[in-house]
Structures are given as C-alpha cells and as structure tokens.
Design a protein around this ligand. Sequence first.
Ligand SMILES: Cc1ncc(COP(=O)(O)O)c(C=O)c1O
Length: 391
Amino acid sequence: MSDWKTQTKLIHAGARRSQYGEMSEAIYLTQGFVYESAEQAEARFIESGPDEFIYARYGNPTVRMFEERIAAIEGTEDAFATASGMAAVNGALTSLLKSGDHVVAARALFGSCLYVLEILGRFGVEVTLVDGTDLGQWRAAMRSDTKAVFLESVSNPTLEVIDVKSVCEIAHAVGATVIVDNVFATPTFSKAVELGADVVVYSATKHIDGGGRCLGGVVCGTKDYIRKILEPYLKHTGGALSPFNAWVMLKGLETLDLRVRAQAANALALAQALEGYEKLSRVIYPGLKGHAQHTIAMEQMGAGGTVVTLEVKGGQAAAFRFLNALEIVKISNNLGDAKSIVTHPATTTHQRLPDEQKAMLGITPGLVRLSVGIEDVGDLLADLRQALDAV
Ligand SMILES: Cc1ncc(COP(=O)(O)O)c(C=O)c1O
C-alpha cells in the first residue's frame, strides 16, 4: 500500500472487510463490543490488538478505517478521528501542554482556534501571537520553554500563506512540536508533514466531507504522539467521531481529489475574472501572481486553493447587498463544500473578535469569503457579477 499514489489510497487505504466481503465500507453503528469472557474483557483493557475494540469513545472499526485512510494519504504513522475540527485542534494542543509551557501561534486564525488559545492561557499556558508571514517574528518569539507552535498553513479568512518549512526549522531548533491546521490547504494540495510539521489537523467537516453533511475532524502524527499523548486525552474527554460520520468521511475521501482540484480551477478562474472589478477593492487569492505569498503558495501547494476572499467597496452595507443578491452562491459559514458558499467573517465566524483585532487581521467590514464549489464556472461568474452590479 505504501507504493500506492494518493488517488488510490483515497479509495482503498484502511479498508477492513467483514466475513461478508461488502464492497462499500460497513457502518459499525455500535457503541460497544461483546467479549467472550471476563478474562477477554480484562485482557483487552490492558492491551487491545489492531482488530480489537472496547468502546466507541476509544475506537470503532468504521472510525479506524477513516483514521487509517487519512494517515495513509498524509504519510503519517497514525491518526485519531474526532467529533469536529475544533475537537481536533483542542485535543492536539491541550493533550501536549501543561501549565507553564509556552506556545507560539500565528495571529491570523479561525475565531474558535483563537478561543482555544485563550482557554489555554486561563490554565497557565503562555501564548505569543505573531504575524505568521514574518519569519523574523517567529524567530524572535521562540524560547527554550516553547513547547508547541500552532498555525493555519493558509489562514481563515484572509488567506495568508505561511512558509511551513521555514517555521518548522525555526521551531525545531528549540525542540517545539509544530501543529499545522491544514484545512484550507487540503490533503490534496499540501502534505504538511513533508514540509516538516509534526502534527497535522483537519476539520473533516470541510473538504473531506465535501457535501455539508457531518461534523468531523482528525489529528495525524507519529504513533507515539497519537497513541501515547493524544489518545489518552481524547478517549477520556469524549471528543470521539461517530461511526456514521466516519463512514460519510470515508465516502468523502473517495472523491476528495477530484472535487478539490475542480474547486481550485473554478476559484482561479473566478479570482482572475474578478480582479480589478470596479465594485471590489481587493481580490485575495494565493493563486494570483499579485498575492503577497504567491511564490510560497505555489511551492507548498502547487495551486491557490478553493477559497477566494473579496473586499467589496462600501463596507458592511455593500457587502450585505452583495450577499443578499446572490442566487446560486449560498450564504452560510462552512467551506470546502461542492456548493459555493459565501460568508461575511466580520459579523459571523470572527464576530467575537474586538474591532481593533479584526482591523489588524484585515477582517474589514467589506470582506467576504467565497468558498468556491464545483458548479459551472460560467454560471458562478454570472451570479457573482450580477450580485456585485446590484451593490
Ligand atoms: C481553519 C479551521 N480550523 C478549524 C475549524 C473548525 O472545524 P469544525 O467546524 O469542524 O469544528 C474551521 C472551521 O470551522 C476552520 O476553518
């Protein structure tokens, strides 16, 4: 299996067939497992084999298939699936840290990721936030007690692209563990582990499901990190993925590569067509030559990703008029879906940030995040143009 290309692994890796030889992966919708004897139960609690399960909060055959498939495509030794992307982010950080530890993180993060860092602060973890695109700031922030580094490889929603390889080198020089939230980059465009990351986190709710059906998440890393550090934390605190959702994610992985490449092709075409449009003050897309980290984006991902961020001239009122005039593109707050979705971050996903922090992060009142789907690109462009003309 290790010789298989990603597209093959996405379809076959981790499959476990029962005695019935089912074609589609089975949904083991069970919280528990029956033991043949009390002695067997005792032995399994001491040490479980790869095909032995105890309780769905600890593991389940359908969930295990998803974990093995994602670990195979990420190129990590192991993975642990979680109930949501935030359970993955929280688990990856909290399982590793204790009071007195120091964390360095990029300041441009999804609102809930910033919240997790705030919670860690309440428990005595010191957090330093840096401009993730400035390697000098990363270098200056590292200390001998820096235990973890956390970043989104492409930030939500302003699409800053972080030079993951360089940040990993800087962090590893002080022995810190680098945790990369790779949601926007997707498993198709970037393997953060190949760039030096120690731990990779996904909200599977996004591109992995791709159909807007279920919440889910996953943490990928070495066997030691996943089984000795993360698993004890997650199995006792209850962030497990449901077997049904794991099955949806397994099916999502089968078409991930096709969908994400089609989405990125649409996103590039839309960004190019909208650049310079008179109703817009900015078109942010890492695939455009004018993007501040275009070169890094191309080296790291070979593409610009599936999200285009626009700034509508005229602030919030103009942005709202644009959103309300869209017909095909839906107003919602997920991303990575086959359907195109538009979000106004300042009043939704990043609403709770103070105005100064929003301004510092570039989350202006006119900023709109567009997650590009796989609809016909001509239809999408026509919809975006008519809505912009309505502003
Ligand atoms: C970059 C990033 N990380 C984590 C999450 C959290 O994922 P979930 O909603 O599955 O908890 C999201 C989106 O919600 C996100 O955009």
